[in-house]
Each structure stands twice: as structure tokens, then as C-alpha cells.
Design a protein around this ligand. Sequence first.
Ligand SMILES: NC(=O)c1ccc[n+]([C@@H]2O[C@H](COP(=O)([O-])OP(=O)(O)OC[C@H]3O[C@@H](n4cnc5c(N)ncnc54)[C@H](OP(=O)(O)O)[C@@H]3O)[C@@H](O)[C@H]2O)c1
Length: 306
Amino acid sequence: MMKTLQLGTSGIVASEFSLGCMRTGGMTADALDELIATSLEVGVNFFDHADIYGAGKCEEVFAASIKRLKIDRSSIYLQSKCGIRQGFFDFSKEHILNSVDGILSRLNTDYLDVLLLHRPDTLMEPEEVAEAFNHLQTIGKVRNFGVSNFNPSQIELLQASLPMKLQANQLQFGIMHTPLVDHGVTVNMKHTNSVDRDGSDLEYCRLKQITIQPWSPFQFGFFEGVFIDHPKFPELNAVLDKLCAEYGVTKTGMAIAWIQRHPAKMQSVVGSTNPGRIKEVAEACKIDLSRPHWYEIYRAAGNILP
Ligand SMILES: NC(=O)c1ccc[n+]([C@@H]2O[C@H](COP(=O)([O-])OP(=O)(O)OC[C@H]3O[C@@H](n4cnc5c(N)ncnc54)[C@H](OP(=O)(O)O)[C@@H]3O)[C@@H](O)[C@H]2O)c1
């Protein structure tokens, strides 16, 4: 059985990992149907989109697949994002409202369960965003709101103008990208891991009951590649091989089980287009990774403990 979590304090009971649809734009109808059907079969009920994925294509092909598979809209949660434009970020009321109309039309639905602001717009005027969010919630087009790639001060700034609570913050996190935890385990040291790059987002989001949604969980760097079986990371892969044999899971699965083991109750956004890998992740999330093994993987990824 897939474990579930509550998204923030929203009342949404979501699968502990979601399917990220960023890479689905070029899939054949059959392959996409199999990916979505498999995801539902293993218990994934939450799907992550953005208006820019495939320039809108990812949302369109997703809606077509949901129709072919005859999936009841109310049985799934749909999340999308807006705010990134060609060469700039835009949290203006007009852009948010237009974006949501585009998203709803492409996803062929009357409402979004969650709308995220994709990347901080430094020209953001919180009152203007509040007007847009209020309108969208009042007319029923968006039920819940969140952000992505925000630090705690940016969340506070926006939250201060909003009547509704922000429920999610989507951030890059995975075995090979751990700034969210690094500075917390090396507080006040002169090591580079000690640098707080995000304003203690992890602790802040836990305190405020904002669900962190880790993106690109299999990647290293900023879309540099997949760390699994990559020749750049022999030590990590050796440790993963050893522990995977012990727990009876694959490295793909372990990469997500490692994130899900963190008590912050994060909701990994898995971007695989391969149904087999989705099954491996669902299987691996059933294991109870021990504390020493969690830290062993963390150290094998090149991190220090004081
Ligand atoms: N908020 C943001 O700013 C932001 C940014 C980026 C992404 N996202 C969200 O996060 C989701 C995930 O991002 P992502 O797709 O970059 O990350 P990901 O889930 O880390 O990577 C998926 C990619 O890794 C490949 N892969 C996974 N396991 C593999 C293995 N064992 N061996 C070889 N290849 C493997 C997949 O190939 P296969 O398809 O063949 O399995 C796929 O190409 C996106 O869909 C999107 O929803 C959000």
C-alpha cells in the first residue's frame, strides 16, 4: 500500500510521491497511457505540471490520456505552476489569471487542486498576487496554493498578504543535491556544506506545515544527469548496490526511499517516464531505511559529518 501524506494543512491526502510530468510531452499515446495507468495502479494520485513543460504540450497530452483511460477527475489531484516566462518571471495578477485559464483549458478541467508560483519574481507585489489568488479561489478555479524555489522570507512576505495558507514549496532535493540538510548537520563550521543557501527552508517548512516537494530527485547538479550508475560517483553507487541488495530494492527505488525516510514528510516529484521505474519506487518506499543507512548514503554522496 502506498503511504500517503497531507499536503500542508490542506486536507488533500496525497500519495507520498507524485508523478512529475515535465518530460512527458514527446511520449506516444500508448506509452503515456501505460505510465499514468501504472502510476495509478501503484497508488500515485497526485500529478505535477507547469504551464511551461513542453510549452503546454505536457498538460495537453496528460488530459488526453486521462480521457482515454476514463479516469474520474475527482479521484486524482492536479497541481500546476505559473510565473516563468521567456527571459523573465511574472507574478502580475494579469499573468497569473491568464496562466490559470490556459492551464485549465489544456488540462481539460474546471479546477486545479494546487497552483504553485514557479520561481520567485523579485518584482512580486504581494497584494497583487493576493488579489489573483482570492479571485481564483472564490470562483473555484484553484483550491489550494503554494510556491516553488522560495526561501522562508519570501514565503513570509507573500503569506503576510494572503488570507489562505501556502501549502507547498517545491525545491530541488535528492541524494546528490542536499543543501537543504547540509548546513543543518554542519552548523557553524568553515566547511562549504555549512553555508546556508536557502534560509533554513527545511526547518521553516516543517515548522509551518508546508510540504516540501523535492524536484529532480535522481539528478546531480542542475540537470547534469542521473547519478545512478554514473561513473562520476563510484563510492555512492557501491554503497547503494550494497544496501539495495540488503533491502531488496533497486537503486532507482532507494533514491526516493532515502528522501521519503526524512521525517519532514516530503513529497518527492518523480520525473521518470518509465512505468517499470515507477513500480520500483513504489516498492522501495515500503522499506524502513535505518538511521545509520540513511547517513551512510548521505556520506557516500560526498558529505561530511563533523
Ligand atoms: N519546481 C521546479 O523548479 C522544478 C524543476 C524541475 C523539475 N520539476 C518537477 O520535478 C519532476 C522531476 O524532475 P526531473 O524529471 O528533472 O527529475 P528526475 O525525476 O530526477 O529525473 C527523471 C529522469 O531521470 C531518468 N532516470 C531516472 N532513474 C533512472 C535510472 N535508474 N537510470 C537512468 N535514468 C533514470 C528518467 O529516465 P526515464 O524517463 O527513462 O525513467 C528521466 O529522464 C519534473 O517532472 C517536474 O514535475 C520542478
